[in-house]
Design a binder for this molecule. Sequence first.
Ligand code: ZN
Length: 397
Amino acid sequence: MKHVIVIGDGMADYPLEEINGKTPLQVAEKPNMDWIASRGESGLLRTVPKGMQASSDVAIMSILGYNPTKFHTGRGPIEAAGMGIELEEDEMAFRCNLISQKEGVMRDYSAGHITTEEAEKLIETMDKKYRDLGNFYVGTEYRHLFVTKHLNDEINNIQTRPPHDMINERLKDNIIEPKDHKYVQALNEMILKSTNILSNHPVNLRRKKETKRPANGVWIWGQGKKTTLEPKFDEYGISGAVISEVPLVKGLGVLAGLNKFETYQDTKFSNLNYEEKAKLGLAKIKDYDFLIIHDELPDEKSHAGDIEKKIDAIEKVDYLVGKIIQGLRGKKFTISILPDHPTPIEVKNHTAEPVPFSIYSTEGRRDKVEEFDEYSARRGSMGKLKGNEFINKFLSL
Ligand SMILES: [Zn+2]
């Protein structure tokens, strides 16, 4: 039996006036997602436990079957696992964004989707300059890592803000707390001074010429200590793999005992090659019993507030789903489609409402749901599940 979960990041949404009171999922052409819904069973899944942040690390941890209230220490250590960085017990890992700021105000959490090659040079400059505070590690595009040993005693007190939550706000009003702690002070200084260090870097001078947004700052957040997850898929006696372009999802897979495969090293998201991704997915299905394919594009377009492009992103994920189903034909298989969390266009950020999911299995049952979307799923026979109940249902089919 082959098991495949396709996660379309942030696909779920609210009804929008611009598309006649429907959601992007409801108007997208998505015959393959609907195929799963109409031949299988659907339901709603609460992936974000009460009181926790609606983020992909929390939500996908739930989907994989781990209760985030118990296992989630922060985004940093999960990404570290995805980047192949082994953390020590006394270390704290922060996610580090390259950002664009103007006059001390956050403009762009992704520094205009800077390329990995450009980012590498900027992150290396920061690393050299701040060795005594910690180490910077190069990830992909604007997503990097900062690891320090200096904050172990403050591990539960540290408060940071994700850069995508503070667009158009002053950096100074959002720095790390508690401000009076010696090393927190040093980190805040590093963040605020990074602008001076990076602004005139050759990489940024070139970007300026090309009228691209400068990567003129770093912002660290999502801190946590080393995370350990019991590799759960051994229990079921299955080998698995995760395919994603983002370190976070790869990291969760690695922590859960899956093998990771990346699609594109550099994903200028609009150019993501779905043909390649489908090919990689199909190749891995041959080698593994369990596969998670994650796609970030719908979330990116939701943050940008672009309805048309979000619909297009959903259709691209549907293309992936279609290719996978084609590749599984003739085999016994179970496939599920779901978002990790909603990223409503109106909010331009993640929310914590339950997400729709559909599961089709060659060995399973079907319910009355015909389409895959936020409202159809409410009528599904699977009802409303708590995050970590999903994987057991899915794997038992
Ligand atoms: Zn997002």
